[in-house]
Design a protein around this ligand. Structure first.
Ligand SMILES: [Zn+2]
Length: 178
């Protein structure tokens, strides 16, 4: 079990302070191919877990780096993280299924079922949220070298659109050229 599995009894009397490191292999399902396996990600940080009345407050810092595909050239883009993090965990409310799904859209609030609580999936969610919408490998990345964006040599979609021109004859009898 990871150090991120918290038992309620650990935080009943006093806040729990811990440092952690996230292990990408344990989150493969969650990460899919969002974060590249090679070079390996190193993400960790410090947390303070505190019980406040009915909820659990998790505050701390997420630090480290990981690699994703550059949105321009598809090469590796290194993303560094160093950001505060704050999560509020509440016991799962007893709603109907549909209502729970709506409530869980609220990203800062997490529902937990019983004891213990594994914080690791929720920390990975924070990492995923930190991925830029259009990550780039470097500020001057020129992207993939192609003459015309979206049009490549031998592209069947383009061929089919213009192929009919080959069959046309001009009034003087000469054939059209592409
Ligand atoms: Zn790039």
């Amino acid at each position: 079990m990871s150090e991120l599995v918290i038992y309620l009894k650990q935080i009943l009397e006093a806040p729990l302070e811990l440092s952690f490191e996230l292990i990408p292999a344990r989150a493969a399902d969650r990460l899919g191919d969002l974060i590249l396996e090679d070079p390996p990600a190193r993400i960790g940080g410090e947390l303070r877990v505190e019980k406040i009345q009915g909820s659990i407050l998790v505050e701390g810092r997420l630090q480290g780096y990981y690699h994703v595909s550059c949105s321009r050239c598809l090469e590796k883009a290194k993303i560094e993280v160093d950001s505060p993090l704050r999560l509020v965990l509440l016991p799962t409310p007893r709603f109907t299924h549909g209502e729970i799904e709506l409530a869980q859209d609220d990203l800062d609030t997490i529902y937990y079922d019983g004891d213990p609580i594994d914080l690791e999936p929720h920390l990975w969610d924070q990492v995923i949220l930190s991925i830029p919408q259009q990550p780039i490998c470097s500020l001057d990345c020129k992207g993939i070298p192609v003459s015309l964006p979206g049009v490549t040599q031998g592209d069947s979609a383009c061929e089919s659109g213009f192929a009919v021109l080959k069959t046309l004859s001009l009034p003087d009898g000469s054939e059209t050229r592409r």
